[in-house]
Ligand binder design. Structure first.
Ligand code: FE
Length: 207
């Protein structure tokens, strides 16, 4: 558990961005209900669209950041030193991405991201947060028993690797820089980006 980055208030107060986020979520939900009631939208299709944004569109931005860091050492240094600036440089910025810290997985440390109080998430690089990320089970358990939670995601972290859990706040959002997979020296940056998954950048999977 890392406590160095303005880690959240422990008084249970939601993060300051939350009212507008909840307001937006309420408006979207109201629109969904009206659209479904009027027969304009098939709920199944709507779920598929949301799923697409969770898995594909948003995370592709983060994947291109990761791939660039894998192939350009100077960019990686910049990214780890000033994530927000290096990410803005690729054109990804905006709401929920004002302060992004990038944490690097190595042979010594595996990083995983959570928001224990609500659902803070770096939208410009990861898109919409998946529902499990917002679940109270993930938010409470990943802090207490990160290895068990990661194991449930199919990720067994070896005992000699330290697990760091980063708690997002209104002030800072995190992006995990996964380790570049072995045997990928011949791949182009675009091909490398194609390997990077959303969960790899949250830290609940390897790439
Ligand atoms: Fe939050």
């Amino acid at each position: 558990m890392n406590n160095n980055d303005g880690l959240g208030k422990s008084d249970g107060e939601p993060h300051t961005h939350d009212p507008s986020e909840k307001g937006a979520a309420r408006r979207v939900q109201a629109l969904e209900e009206v659209a479904i009631a009027k027969g304009l939208v098939d709920p199944q299709a709507l779920d598929e669209i949301i799923e697409y944004y969770e898995r594909e569109t948003g995370p592709r931005n983060g994947a291109s950041v990761v791939a660039k860091a894998w192939v350009e050492p100077d960019y990686k240094t910049w990214l780890l030193g000033n994530g927000t600036e290096a990410i803005n440089h690729l054109g990804f910025s905006g709401f929920q991405g004002e302060h992004i810290k990038v944490v690097e997985n190595t042979h010594e440390v595996h990083n995983v991201v959570v928001c224990t109080l609500c659902s803070c998430y770096p939208w410009p690089v990861l898109g919409l947060a998946p529902s499990w990320y917002k679940s109270s089970a993930y938010r409470s358990r990943v802090v207490r028993e990160p290895r068990s939670v990661l194991s449930e995601f199919g990720l067994e972290v070896p005992d000699e690797v330290r697990v760091e859990v980063w708690d997002s706040t209104a002030e800072v959002r995190y992006l995990v820089l996964p380790q570049r997979p072995p045997g990928t020296n011949d791949l182009t940056e675009a091909e490398l980006a194609g390997l990077v998954t959303r969960n790899g950048m949250i830290g609940t999977a390897l790439v």
